[in-house]
Ligand binder design. Sequence first.
Ligand SMILES: Cc1cc2nc3c(=O)[nH]c(=O)nc-3n(C[C@H](O)[C@H](O)[C@H](O)COP(=O)(O)O)c2cc1C
Length: 382
Amino acid sequence: MAPPYKRLLEPVLVGDSQLQHRVAMSPMTRLRNHPDLEAPGDLNVLYYSQRSSNGGLIISEGTYPTPDSRGYIRMPGIWSPEQIKAWKRVTDAVHAKGGVIFCQLMPAGRISHSSLLPDGMLPVAPSAVKPSGLVHVKEGKVPYEVPRALELEEIPAEVDKVAASATRAIEAGFDGIELHSGNGYLMQQFLAKETNLRTDEYGGSVENRARFVLEVVDACVKAIGSHRVGIKLQQGVTFSGLVEPEDDSLDQLAYLGPELERRDLAYVCMSSLNYDPYYKFLGLDKPNFETDVFQFFRKHFKGTLMINGGIQPQKAEEYVEEGTCDLVCFAVLFIANANLPQLLAAGQELNMGGWTTSVWYSKDPMDDPKGYTDWPLVEAAL
Ligand SMILES: Cc1cc2nc3c(=O)[nH]c(=O)nc-3n(C[C@H](O)[C@H](O)[C@H](O)COP(=O)(O)O)c2cc1C
């Protein structure tokens, strides 16, 4: 019998990294980092090592570039020498298994709180638009604040901060970085109409709202080289008041596709949250998606394309086969199936325990392996 996954298990070149298969691990914030150092410790090293495979790509959890871009407690940073040293242990562990790891850089923008930031400063954003809902701070959950709108003259420094953290990620041994331009964080706050009310060259038209994102991409390319830079775009965010898709989301993707293609990046990840369990988890109605965003984006972007979002392995195989994408990244499936690529190669049944959403983020104590590193490991060779 032919193996169920053939194309998914073929090699692919991503930037300068030769991968042996196309089953990547999508970034997942798990909030289990050291609360003072905000850097990975032993448990996190084990977690990433378990999920490494020879020639397999892992994208790290969202990591904040500078102290003033933090979003959550126990989210890791990549700005202090101690954090670089701590991440080096993770990247060494992944490389020891022949794996490849990119660092996801995630400036949070308005999805933060003054008590999480230096000197009680307000979170910054393209415009002073308050997110709906509650933010988790040390004392529990409190309402979000109205962020401070960035002044035009401040924007170049915001761009440079991300690029400097890309350099630090390479110093920490990462093979590249992924810019988080989804999930309603700073970069998507510039892209979305709902959160970007600016009247200068960073607001208004599709092109203007994309300007910040492309400037960050260009600065990172200048800092570490285009083949080490990836970016995650996302359609379908329903998060803290940002509801996607907006009426010109597809126009925006049609604009970003060629712009990113000519920058010759390692990859673009097109992620879609067009699937039921996600909305069930949020207790929300699913917005209306009329288009297969993966096939749509492929028409506008011919570079290395990774896709993500509620994609089951069989469907992933079909997407690769039909040329819609070059590789697929999975998040929830990697929670309880640490060696997902090997399990797919062996045709093994998958553990659906990752949909037990109570294990997604840590409770105290932070070094509790429950639901994180203690899933039974089913041996399977790739
Ligand atoms: C617990 C959890 C944490 C996540 N954290 C991040 C994150 O830090 N950065 C990011 O880009 N996406 C994050 N995501 C979204 C995933 O990377 C992915 O886009 C989404 O889960 C859809 O993929 P899937 O259907 O394969 O799970 C997270 C998802 C989960 C379940």
